[in-house]
Ligand binder design. Sequence first.
Ligand code: ATP
Length: 246
Amino acid sequence: MATDLHRPVTGTSAAVRVEGLSRTFDGRRIIDDLELTVQPGEFVALLGRSGCGKSTLLKILAGLDREIDGTVLVPRRRATAFQAPRLLPWKKVWRNVLLGLPGRPGREVAEQVLAEVGLSHRADAWPKTLSGGEAQRGSLARALVREPDLLLLDEPFGALDALTRLKAQHLVGEVWQRRGCAVLLVTHDVEEAVLLADRVLVMEDGVIAHEVNVGLDRPRSLTDPRFAALRGELLNRLGVGPVHAA
Ligand SMILES: Nc1ncnc2c1ncn2[C@@H]1O[C@H](COP(=O)(O)OP(=O)(O)OP(=O)(O)O)[C@@H](O)[C@H]1O
């Protein structure tokens, strides 16, 4: 197995470079000679039918799955947020934020990033008392505190109600623009992908089968006919069938 997971990507090179990546589970090749490049500061969304291997790819990039063939180059400074916020219930929010940071950072480090995600008022709360949106902000804060060059997001808004989801999407867009890190967002939501990403990838049969450059100015509007056209194109790619622009 030619695994090269921790060779840092430096200088002007890509934030993610994946070459000839394959992953097999129980004899099934879920990822099959996949190629992927993400540029520094680029926001990329990854769509694909359920079970096509999106989360598997993200876990590999996060360094959580190393049973692979191929080459994966990612920055050392990377952080992940998942659909389930995974905050430790026995630690207050601010202590959760500092998890995984080396040394013994002070509370002010957590407070700074909690302010960035609008959660300062819940710093002393226990995770079980947070709303879904607050818990997801906590999870995002825990990722951001590492000052990642690459932020890996796996359906982070999937469990949120529609309004909270919109707010969380807005927050991630803001954070990305402010921080300038590369983002790879796995999502089922085509609108979310077009709203946030520079480039939308569609995964199919173990590879990146399609790629769409969004190319719309930000902030983006769902009522823009070009938005609707991109959404329709992607839905067709996903096999959801013709969708007419509003
Ligand atoms: N640890 C594992 N052992 C065996 N099979 C696995 C394992 N992890 C994932 N798989 C299988 O690999 C395939 C891809 O899973 P993955 O979770 O990456 O899909 P996904 O595209 O993220 O799906 P969804 O959109 O439903 O979350 C699935 O068939 C899944 O059952």
